[in-house]
Structure formats: C-alpha cells, structure tokens
Design a protein around this ligand. Structure first.
Ligand code: NOJ
Ligand code: CA
Length: 565
C-alpha cells in the first residue's frame, strides 16, 4: 500500500487521482482492463441509406427501412452503424450536399423516424454514427442563399468569395469532380470556391462563426442520441489564404483537366485545430470521430490522430485499400505500418466511393473464397473494422453499361473513363425476388444479376456461405480476448503465399493463416519448438485444418486457431 509522508504529498496524490478519474469520466469510459474504449471493440457498418431497405416502397431506402433491419445487423455482429448523409438535400451528390444539418430529408423519413431508429438501435445495443459533411454545404442551404445575396450579407464570409483575374477565375485550382473549382455568381460578380460540385460551396472554416455553428450541429445530434460522426472530406477543410496556384502535373484526368498537385487546398495544418475543437465536443459525450482521411503515408495518418490523440480516434487507413492484389508481402507491409501508427488502427476495404473488395481482390473464379479470406483478414487484425453494406454477402460492383443509365453526375461528365460510383451503391440483396427484397417498387438503381446467387435469405441457410463465415468470425472477434485486446505479431514473414500472424494476449495466442494463393499450402509453424502442443481450430474454411505443427490450407483458405499448450 502507498504511504504518504507529508500531507502536501498526500494532497497532490489525491488531486491527481481525482483528475485522472474526472478525465476518465469525461472522455474515456473504458470497456476492459486494457483501457480500451467502446469504439475500439466495436464493429462498424456503413449503410448507404438510399440502397439499404425501402419501407414505403418508393424505390429509395429510408430510415424506417434501417430500423426494420436492426435484428439482422445485431445477429450479424454489428455494434455501430454509420449512416451516409440522410439530411435534407437537393441530392446533387446524393446527400453530400446538405441544405439543413439538423433535420432528415423527407425522402428518408422524419425526425420522429430518426428517434424511433435511435430508440430501437439502443435496445439492440447498436450505436448510430452520422455522416457530417464538414467541408461544404449545399448551395440551397440558407447560409449560402444569404451569403450569395450581397457582398455585405450576414453570411457572406461563411463561404469563400473572391474576385476573378480579369475574366478568369481567381486561380488554377480544379474541382475534384471536374472543371474549375470556382464559379462566378452573377448577383455579386464574384467567384465562390467549391472543391466538389458547384452545388457544394466550401464553408469558410477560418470564420469562427462557421466553426461554432458546426460544433453546435454535433452537440444537437449527440443530444439526440448519436454516438459520433464520420467526418466527410476533412483533407479539404482549409485553403491557402493567398490562393497560390497549385503545381500542374503531367497528363489530364478523366474530366479532361490538367492533373495537379493539390498543395494549396488540401491537408493544410489549420485543419488540426478544427479537429481538436470537434474532438472536445465529442469527448463531452463519450463519442467517436471517424475521418475520411486520404493520407499518402503513415506520417500523414499520424497527424490526424493528433498530438496526444486529441483529434480523430479513427482516421480511416485507406492505404490498406491501395493494396490491389492478394499479396502477403504488400499486406504485411501495410499492416506493420498502421500498427506502428500513433493511434488505434481502422480498417476499411470497401465503401460507397470505391470498387467493392469483392471485385478488387476476386479473380473471377474464386471470388467467394477470396471474400471470406479478406473478411478473416480485416476482422482479425488489431484495430477497428468498418464494414460496408453487402460486403458480408459478397455483393459485386455492378456499374452501368450505358451512359444514359448513370445516376452519379461524375459518371456522366467523366464517361467512359470515369463511370461514377453507382456500381458500388446498388440495392442491398435481401433475397432472390425481383427487387431483391429491397423494395416492392423499381429501385433507384437496378438490382445486380448476382442477387439471385448472393443474397441474405439464401446465404443465411447455407453453412458455407460468405454471410455465415462473416457471422462466425464476428462472433469470435467479440468473445476471444486475444482478438479483442491482443498485440499483432507477424510470423513466417518470408512466405510468399500465406499471410500468417498471431494475436497475443498475456500468455495466450491465436494463429491466423491466410492462403493468398490458388494452390493448397502446407505451413509448418514449429509449434512444439515454441512451446505449444497444437493449434485448435476456431474458424476455418473448407478442408483447411491443422495437425501437429502443420496447418494445411485450401486454395485461398483460412485457418484461425487457438494455440494450445
Ligand atoms: C466524400 C464522400 O464519401 C463522397 O461520396 C462525396 O461525393 C464527397 N466526399 C463530397 O462530399
Ligand atoms: Ca423509401
């Protein structure tokens, strides 16, 4: 027991204990003896609300549709859902153009429907994460309507307005969605800045009033029961005040614009101050901030955790998605990098902006075993996984084949080089009926033909399906201490076919062996030499199994086993 010789020392010890206690209460309610917080143990699941479940049969998914699927999500092993924007919006960018941050778009329901969803989610022990579009609003937001009305309007400085250079825009910056990033507005004869579509004017985060208003938005939703936010496009929050031209790179992009290094309008250091502010509010509610962070390397990712982890708890590691083929060496490198990062890793393999993992890694012949392999990988690593709806049943990216069918505007302006993002946003495949059980009406995007072979109803009955495999791994992940809290220990690092690692907690270890090749592999793990008698199978695919020191893996097979003494 600690003895304190002087009353002063006693006082200071008491004070520091008290301070730690208050801090822990405010910001970091832990869920285990390792000091982990809820978002470190949770499995997140992204829902693109237009495409998940349509309750009123108008062809578009909605909040009540999500509520109706909470049993499914809970049973799958999901702890938190991130709902892509469901706020009032002209839907130019399908909700990423918000015209009211504190309401629900009638297309998705009402605030009452949100409250019903939140209440039911709470009963299911599923948390709700909203998508906060911080960089820009819709041009139909009252703030922008006022801002453009005159040079002296109350909200003029809430957006970025500049004079042109003669008849040209203020500088050479191009929108990531094509064309100049500046649009001349006739009312005041000035240009406004938009990193994305012209209907998505950038907010001016240098204006303290903007910051306060945005912080208040998060408070408003926290009070309504949400547990955090996925912050959209954080890289683009600030721009160089002198509007320096960006360096031009060789070649042109899909929209015919010169390539550029977005040096003066992305990843400016000022973004971190804004994130620290958002984090302070988040900590008041024991919430989580997930970041859409397109970082070039781990050094950049580290910046988003913040010094002392006071910015984003979960900046997404998209570098993981840059491993485009099943290469143990590449994944090893990437996993090691993110494990050396300053904060807790976050793994994403698909989302509403990129090709689904099913196609990225599938070889056209073994896509289903490969989908299971990828599940085993990112669900057994040390870190928080963020799933994407439909990944658990092997949904395939199904882009439109004709320009006239494209819904995503960038697919129309960039056709045929850029086909847009419709392919990864198709309706969830619930069953093999005509509209895949998504809606009784024709869905806003066509149901892919693979709904007949890959759907929830059929896969739930099939012990060998991708869905059943996801459920098994997710169940293990929630109950196995090594997978929850263990360190990541790479082994057999020279194997070119099999990616193997241990998750080690105290004196226990789980072995994960993933065959990234199309041939059967036998791997000798020298268990006995290392003090273990055997590896007891916890989850495995096909005939993959262990015997003594050796694990035999089917082509693209998975073996997850408990090391026994
Ligand atoms: C990133 C979102 O994920 C994407 O869908 C959207 O188009 C842009 N940000 C603009 O908000
Ligand atoms: Ca609907």
């Amino acid at each position: 027991m600690m003895r304190c010789k002087s009353p002063l020392l006693l006082m200071s010890v008491l004070l520091s204990v008290l301070r730690i206690h208050v801090l822990a209460q405010n910001s970091a309610k832990t869920v285990d003896s390792e000091g982990h917080q809820w978002w470190q143990h949770a499995v997140f699941y992204e829902i693109y609300p237009r495409s998940f479940a349509d309750s009123n049969n108008d062809g578009i998914g909605d909040l009540s549709g999500i509520t109706s699927k909470l049993d499914y999500l809970k049973d799958l092993g999901v702890d938190a859902i991130w709902i892509s924007p469901c706020f009032p919006s002209p839907q130019v960018d399908f909700g990423y153009d918000v015209s009211d941050y504190e309401n629900i778009d009638p297309m998705y329901g009402t605030l009452a429907d949100f409250d019903t969803l939140a209440a039911s989610a709470k009963k299911h022990n599923v948390r709700i994460i909203l998508d906060f579009v911080v960089n820009h609003s819709s041009d139909q937001h009252p703030w922008f309507i006022d801002s453009k009305s005159s040079r002296t309007a109350a909200h003029r400085d809430w957006y970025i307005w500049r004079d042109g250079k003669g008849s040209a825009p203020p500088n050479d910056w191009t929108s990531i969605f094509g064309g100049s990033a500046w649009k001349l507005d006739a009312t005041t004869s000035q240009y406004y800045y938009h990193f994305f579509y012209a209907q998505q004017p950038d907010l001016n985060w240098r204006n303290p009033a903007v910051k306060d208003a945005m912080f208040d938005v998060t408070r408003w939703w926290y009070k309504r029961g949400v547990s955090g936010f996925r912050l959209d496009a954080v890289d683009t929050l600030y721009e160089d005040t002198n509007l320096k031209d960006n360096p031009v790179l060789p070649g042109k992009n899909a929209f015919g614009d010169p390539n550029e290094e977005r040096k003066f309008n992305t990843k400016l250091p000022e973004v971190h101050e804004a994130l620290r502010g958002l984090r302070k509010v988040t900590d008041e509610y024991n919430g989580v901030l997930i970041g859409e962070t397109w970082t070039a390397d781990i050094a950049e990712l580290n910046l988003y955790y913040g010094a002392g982890n006071n910015e984003l708890q979960l900046p997404m590691d998209f570098l993981f998605t840059t491993v485009n083929k099943l290469s143990p060496a590449e994944f090893r490198k990437q996993i090691a990098a993110v494990n050396s990062a300053a904060g807790w890793p976050t793994f994403v393999i698909s989302n509403h902006d990129i090709v689904r993992s099913y196609d990225r890694y599938g070889d056209g012949e073994h896509n289903d075993p490969i989908a299971k392999l990828m599940a085993a990988l990112y669900l057994t690593l040390r870190g928080t996984p963020i799933m994407y709806y439909g990944e658990e049943i092997g949904m395939k990216t199904t882009p439109p084949t004709r320009k006239e069918d494209v819904k995503d505007p960038i697919g129309r302006s960039g056709w045929p080089k850029e086909k847009g993002r419709d392919g990864e946003r198709t309706p969830m495949q619930w069953d093999e009926s005509d509209n895949a059980g998504f809606s009784k009406a024709a869905p806003w995007l066509p149901v892919p033909p693979t709904a007949k072979t890959h759907n929830v109803a059929d896969e739930a009955k099939d012990g060998e399906s991708i869905l059943t495999f996801y459920k098994k791994v997710l169940k293990l992940r929630h109950t196995n201490k090594e997978l929850l809290d263990g360190s990541y220990v790479p082994i057999n690092q020279n194997d070119q076919n099999v990616l193997s690692y241990l998750r080690v907690y105290q004196d226990q270890a789980v072995l994960v062996a993933l065959n990234m090749s199309g041939t059967t592999q036998k791997v000798n793990f020298e268990l006995k030499k290392n003090g273990f008698a055997s590896a007891k199978s916890l989850v495995a695919t096909g005939q993959s199994s262990s015997s003594g020191d050796v694990v035999t893996l089917d082509p693209y097979g998975v073996f997850i086993g408990q090391l026994m003494r």
